[in-house]
Structures are given as structure tokens and as C-alpha cells.
Design a protein around this ligand. Structure first.
Ligand code: RRO
Length: 326
């Protein structure tokens, strides 16, 4: 089975990414995983300032998956530019890299895009609109506020010509509307979904298991929410979709393709078993051969009329000129 696929103006050697927050900036996994085998990865979300993150414990396991409240621990904009992106530029060859950015305010997203845009080593930005664990903010994540979403995406759009990918929330009561806003404001793809905000309690002392209280669910328990969101989004936009949430194996990736995702991101599985992603890639090849499927792209199901994502970078950013009207 041919695993290559095209989106965001480039070719991916296969549809498997590692999700934001599960692989640092790549070098953290270089010793335990053949990173060059990946379709790509998304970095840990970068904030303007370095952050140590939330109080421990920051992760708790349960039968259906994992709960986390890392709290955006990351080296901040300047160290990302000085140390992390140069390593990616010098060491990552075939996988495509998205840099995840997270502002505590709308304007911080713009500063992050402006600060990173001239650096080498990455394809585009994943705009994290849906972090459930930002202690600097009160209330809902940006993803649940359509006017904030519009402001952030349109403001990022005018500041970069790189692809921008909006990462949305699993608990959006009107996801179709948010997807349409993101599409209209000029994003190039969507990542569905971030973790689902919930809690676990320790019955021995009746307090939350996580130091921060609530956290976000990931792993198998998130898969139905991720699939539901991808299906809903695929009817609301022509943009390519990254499916995330309980991608553990080749067949869970196929499930996301049937829902409409042309790429997938694995997260929790690689915490449990760092090589889960390379095994899933090998498993997908084998499964495809057994099922006599000739290409991954043939598995990606989009409703009629939304099956033609732009593939050339020029088409994405200069539609008037490339259609000959300019
Ligand atoms: O750092 C985190 O606690 C975190 C982030 Br930024 C996110 O987007 N999703 C998540 O589950 N955890």
C-alpha cells in the first residue's frame, strides 16, 4: 500500500505524526525511536516565556487512557529559536515538523508567529487554541470562543505564509461553526482533537489525582470524541484534517481515515511504548497488503464536494495569481 499523502503543499512519506506534547522537540525521542520513519511530528506547545509547568503529579493513568495537566512546560520562544529549531533543522530530514504555539492572550499568538517565522527547520504552525491546562488563563480555552478563534487565525494568517493548522477542542458545542470560522479566516488544516477536560479522584484522601486538579483525557477513551469531531468537521470544511485521540495502532488510524482524516497524530500510545508509531506504520503496510488496498489516500473518506484540498503551496497562499486573474 502506498502510504505517501499530500497536504499543506507538501508530500508526507506516511500519514503518521506524533502529537504535540508527546515528543518534545524531536531530540527527546531520537534515542528510542527512528524519527526519520515518521510522516512528521508536532513540537511541544511554545509560549513566549519559559514555563516549568503545573504542580505534580502531572499525569495519571486509568483503564481507558491517561489524564494530564502538564501546564505548558516548555523552554519559551527564545530558547526554542536558539536551541530547539536548529537541532530540528540539522537533524530531521524526511518528517515534516509543525511548531505548536500557545498564547495566553490573542496578541501572544501573533508575537510567537512573528518570532518564529524567519527560523528554519519547520513546515508550519499548529495553533493550539484548546489547551485545557493553562493556569495563566481563566475560563474556557480560545477554541470555545468563535470571535477569539477568528481573531487569532486571521491575525496569524497575515503574519506568515507558512501553513497554519488550528487545533480544536473535543467539547465544542458547535464544532461545525468553529471549523467554518477557522476555514474562512485562512487556516490550511485542522487538528481534531485536543484532550478532553475531566478529573480523577484519589479515594484514599478524596482529592484529585493531579496536582492541578483537572486535566485532559487522552488515549483510547478519547477516540470516540476524536472520531466524532473529525466526522463533523469533514462535512464543514474542505481543509485537510489531522485526526488525534486514541490512535494506538494501524487500524485505529484507518478508522480516522474513514471518518475523514488524511493524517493522524499519535500521542498516548507513544508514552506507553515509544516505538508504537513505527509499529503502527509497519502494521498499516501489512494491513493494506492483506486487504488489497493500494493507497492510504483511498481510505480517506470525505463527503462529496469537499474532497479537493489544495496541494500546491502557491494555491494555498496566492489563489488570485495562480488562477491567472492577477
Ligand atoms: O501542557 C499541557 O498541559 C497540555 C497542553 Br498545552 C495541551 O494542549 N493539551 C494537553 O492535554 N495538555
Amino acid at each position: 500500500m502506498r502510504l505517501e499523502t499530500e497536504a499543506l503543499g507538501v508530500r508526507f512519506q506516511n500519514p503518521f505524526f506524533l502529537a504535540a506534547g508527546t515528543c518534545g522537540f524531536g531530540l527527546e525521542l531520537a534515542e528510542v525511536l527512528d524519527i526519520e520513519a515518521l510522516g512528521g511530528f508536532v513540537t511541544k506547545s511554545v509560549t513566549l516565556e519559559p514555563r516549568v509547568g503545573n504542580a505534580p503529579p502531572r499525569v495519571a493513568e486509568f483503564k481507558g487512557g491517561m489524564l494530564n495537566s502538564i501546564g505548558l512546560a516548555n523552554p519559551g520562544l527564545e530558547r526554542t529559536k536558539r536551541e530547539k529549531l536548529p537541532w530540528i533543522r540539522d537533524n530531521i530530514c524526511r518528517p515534516r515538523v509543525l511548531v505548536s504555539i500557545a498564547g495566553h492572550t490573542v496578541v501572544e499568538f501573533f508575537t510567537l508567529v512573528e518570532g518564529l517565522d524567519s527560523e528554519d527547520g519547520f513546515l508550519g504552525f499548529e495553533i493550539n487554541l484548546s489547551c485545557p491546562n493553562d493556569a495563566e488563563r481563566t475560563g474556557e480555552p480560545f477554541a470555545l470562543n468563535p470571535s477569539a478563534v477568528a481573531e487569532i487565525i486571521s491575525g496569524c494568517r497575515i503574519r506568515t505564509e507558512r501553513p497554519i493548522v488550528a487545533k480544536l477542542a473535543p467539547n465544542d458545542p458547535d464544532l461545525s461553526r468553529t471549523v467554518k470560522v477557522v476555514t474562512e479566516e485562512g487556516a490550511n488544516a485542522l487538528t481534531l482533537v485536543n484532550t478532553l477536560p475531566r478529573a480523577l479522584l484519589d479515594i484514599s484522601n478524596d482529592v484529585p489525582e493531579l496536582g492541578a486538579g483537572d486535566g485532559g483525557i487522552s488515549g483510547p477513551a478519547l477516540r470516540p470524541s476524536g472520531l466524532h469531531a473529525v466526522r463533523e468537521a469533514s462535512s464543514a470544511t474542505h481543509l485537510p484534517l489531522f485526526g488525534v485521540g486514541g490512535v494506538m495502532t494501524a487500524t485505529t488510524a484507518v478508522e480516522y481515515a474513514h471518518a475523514g482524516a488524511s493524517l493522524v497524530q499519535m500521542g498516548t500510545a507513544s508514552f506507553a511504548w515509544p516505538r508504537a508509531v513505527t509499529e503502527a506504520i509497519a502494521g498499516l503496510l501489512q494491513w493494506g497488503q492483506e486487504q488489497r488496498i493500494s493507497a492510504w489516500d483511498d481510505l480517506v473518506s470525505r463527503p462529496p464536494g469537499v474532497n479537493a484540498p489544495a496541494n500546491r503551496l502557491e494555491d494555498l497562499f496566492d489563489p488570485i495569481e495562480s488562477s491567472g486573474e492577477g
